[in-house]
Design a protein around this ligand. Structure first.
Ligand code: NAG
Ligand code: NAG
Length: 460
């Protein structure tokens, strides 16, 4: 009887030993060539185990195929050797790492219309995209269609269906792992309703990265946080919808399985002009976008996380925490910046675990403090590289580590001989299951089941 009970429990444990959260990090090929040296990020600067997936932005889509877009993707440019082979080298250090080619993006999504228009164009694109990936070593394709309209809704679903079919067929034939299909999708209610055939898309793709950022900006004409986790007390109507939690539930309600959904985390802040001394009271002020800029990104009103860090250490900006939104704000003399820092990232990743989602995506690698120098308080402190993405990693790996620690041998002193025997068999079984654990990402709180199991064992 004990055995059957234990087998049942083992079954439960197994389904979540495999609990694994994806960390999708966008790599931008233009960041290699930024004017300021400190702002550049090379493929060699990325620790191979930092992310589970690197999405390489962007390839272009034209003539029903993927094409390298930047002169530096495949050629030598401004003294830099070609980037595709350099990023692929990370897989030598971490064979688990998946590197996916991203196509489309803001202002470059027009071609999606033609590739998805007919079954023959969908099939030709799928086959060409496959050949492109195999040629350069990519593990999949990420479609950043910004944004499909209601006219595209059905064809977009059919496009991923065909891609899935073509990729699956090839994998079977060649005995290779099937290419991954990823999506970057809109977070707004209207976008989701109009442009996405959610059940079909989520059925055929491996991951749906919801762009839960840029929710406030010049278009909103008032001060607000562009990537809040929850709504604030007192928010009503549309305002109550402009946060990560709302968008994720939108996708869930529309029929997307939770473990396929990833939240989007911005590695940057958006700045507004505000008045008054208390930034928490500035929400909703009719404010323009601040024109604050920096030599690093050179974009008006938009600052990388590392620049905000530096401003707080050296320029008198002060960090505030919004308890309702669960997010950070940086403020000085009327410049109000809504951004994510390691604490808000940790919060968001705990949310991912609580909600049983698939993981988190960050835009982009080069906006985190890659060297650790920008956020270092003084020269004596140790450099902490990629603090945002490492916060993500720590939270997501905590559960996995708990699982493995819990299965180390039980203290034998209090156990009878029979239990020890049982315990050994049990350990072998567990080992076997660790080996078999697939990458499916079902979610149950592992530690609870395991501690229950331990209690049971000690009772036998
Ligand atoms: C998250 O969103 C869901 C659905 O919109 C809502 O029911 C829930 O209260 C939200 N959670 C929080 C903490 O705001
Ligand atoms: C366990 O079994 C061994 C032999 O199989 C025996 O010598 C030993 O006394 C037993 N210990 C207990 C605690 O029963």
């Amino acid at each position: 009887m004990y055995y059957s009970l234990i087998y049942l429990l083992l079954f439960l444990v197994q389904t979540n030993l495999s609990a694994k959260y994806s960390r999708v990090c966008y790599f931008t090929n233009w960041a290699v060539h930024r004017t300021m040296k400190e702002a550049r990020l090379l493929p060699e600067d990325i620790p191979a185990d930092l992310c589970t997936h690197i999405f390489y932005a962007f390839a272009s889509i034209g003539s029903l195929t993927l094409q390298a877009k930047h002169p530096n993707d495949l050629g030598e440019y401004q003294g830099e050797k070609p980037l595709y082979p350099r990023i692929m080298k990370l897989k030598e250090k971490n064979p688990e790492l998946k590197i996916v080619i991203s196509c489309g993006g803001w202002g470059n999504s027009g071609e999606f219309d033609s590739i998805s228009a007919s079954e023959s164009s969908r099939e030709t694109f799928s086959k060409n995209a496959l050949a492109f990936c195999r040629q350069h070593g990519f593990d999949g394709v990420d479609l950043d269609w910004e944004f499909p309209s209601s006219n595209h809704r059905e064809n977009f679903g059919l496009l991923v269906k065909t891609m899935h079919k073509v990729f699956k067929k090839e994998a079977k034939k060649t005995n290779k792992e099937r290419l991954i299909i990823g999506l970057a999708v809109g977070a707004g209610k209207l976008q989701v309703k109009q442009g996405y055939d959610v059940p079909v898309l989520c059925h055929y793709v491996d991951m749906v990265n919801v762009m839960t950022y840029d929710l406030y900006g010049s278009w909103t004409n008032k001060v607000g946080h562009h990537s809040a986790l929850f709504h604030r007390r007192g928010e009503k109507g549309l305002e109550k919808e402009l946060n990560t939690n709302y968008s994720m539930h939108l996708w869930i309600k529309a029929g997307c399985p939770r473990d396929r959904l990833l939240i989007g985390i911005p590695g940057y802040g958006r700045a507004f002009i505000a008045t008054g001394g208390d930034p928490i009271k500035a929400y909703g002020q009719p404010g323009g976008v601040s024109s604050i800029s920096s030599p690093y990104l050179g974009e008006s009103g938009l600052l990388a996380f590392y620049e905000i860090c530096k401003n707080e250490l050296k320029e008198g900006f002060k960090r505030y925490w919004d308890d309702d939104h669960q997010i950070s704000i940086s403020y000085k003399d009327g410049t109000w910046i809504g951004y994510d820092d390691p604490e808000s990232v940790r919060n968001k990743c705990e949310y991912v675990k609580q909600e049983g989602l698939g993981g988190a995506m960050i835009w982009a690698l080069d906006m985190d403090d890659a060297s650790g120098k920008f956020c270092r308080k003084n020269r004596k402190k140790r450099l902490r590289r990629f603090p945002l993405i490492n916060a993500m990693k720590e939270v997501f790996e905590t559960n996995e580590q708990t699982t493995q620690q819990s299965t180390t041998p039980l203290p034998t002193s209090t156990l009878s001989n029979e239990t020890i025997l049982l315990n050994e068999e049990f350990k072998n079984l567990l080992d076997q299951m660790f080996d078999e654990a697939s990458s499916s990402s079902k979610f149950v709180p592992t530690y609870r089941i395991l501690s229950f199991l331990l209690i049971l064992l000690s009772l036998i």
